[in-house]
Design a protein around this ligand. Structure first.
Ligand SMILES: [Zn+2]
Length: 217
């Protein structure tokens, strides 16, 4: 299903805006953007290169997806030369993304979502069209109270099934499989019930131990 969106990438007083035809809801766009900006690392402070790299990254991904799909469907024909130079063979990569004028969406626009990736603030902000937020965009409203980081913090696995994302530890419950508790070390906190009363818990201790081992490695 097509869910149309616009993605603005800006730095200083310069901005470019991109049309995306497919999967324009935040669950589709934000992880894609974070993956792109992680890949574009080292050039995220350069708007011109970042815009060019954006199209390379997503067109290239579309090409690889289409080739994979055609292989699965056994529709891959014998062709000479690089497959991407045959536009009828890979028609999908000719659409999907476009450049549009950088302007705030109008209420009667046919896009449903609007994103602003700010290279200076290193944030991605999501707006749903048809709502109102005069601070940033006259006809769109901030959907999420917290902005997304430009690049998602990497999840690292430590000992005993403990994972760390940014400064947050995910500690598995010993009694309920699949349940995890979120622990921070500074300030020392866990979202389990026991921590509320005792100001400490086994999850906090496990996170401290795991972080010490991580540093020692
Ligand atoms: Zn706890």
């Amino acid at each position: 299903m097509s869910t149309r969106s616009n993605i603005r990438i800006q730095s200083g007083n310069r901005k470019f805006q991109i049309y995306r035809h497919w999967d324009g809801y935040p669950e589709g766009v934000v992880p894609d953007l974070q993956e792109f900006f992680a890949w574009n690392k080292g050039r995220n402070d350069d708007l011109s290169y970042t815009i060019a790299n954006f199209f390379y990254f997503f067109k290239r991904s579309a090409e690889e997806n289409e080739v994979e799909q055609r292989k699965e469907d056994k529709k891959i024909e014998e062709i000479t030369g690089p497959s991407w130079k045959n536009p009828t063979h890979l028609s999908g990569i000719l659409t999907g993304y476009g450049i549009v004028e950088a302007q705030d969406p109008e209420p009667e626009t046919w896009i449903e979502w609007f994103y602003v990736a700010d290279l200076d603030e290193r944030t991605i902000t999501c707006y749903e069209i048809g709502r109102t937020d005069p601070l940033v965009c006259e006809h769109a409203e901030l959907v999420f109270h917290s902005k997304h980081p430009l690049v998602a913090p990497e999840k690292r696995l430590l000992a005993n099934g403990i994972a760390v994302v940014g400064n947050k530890f995910e500690v598995p419950s010993k009694t309920t499989p699949g349940q995890t508790y979120t622990v921070t070390l500074e300030p020392a906190h866990c979202n389990c019930a026991g921590f509320k009363y005792r100001k400490t818990c086994s999850h906090l201790k496990a996170a401290i131990a795991a972080s010490g081992e991580a540093v020692a490695q």
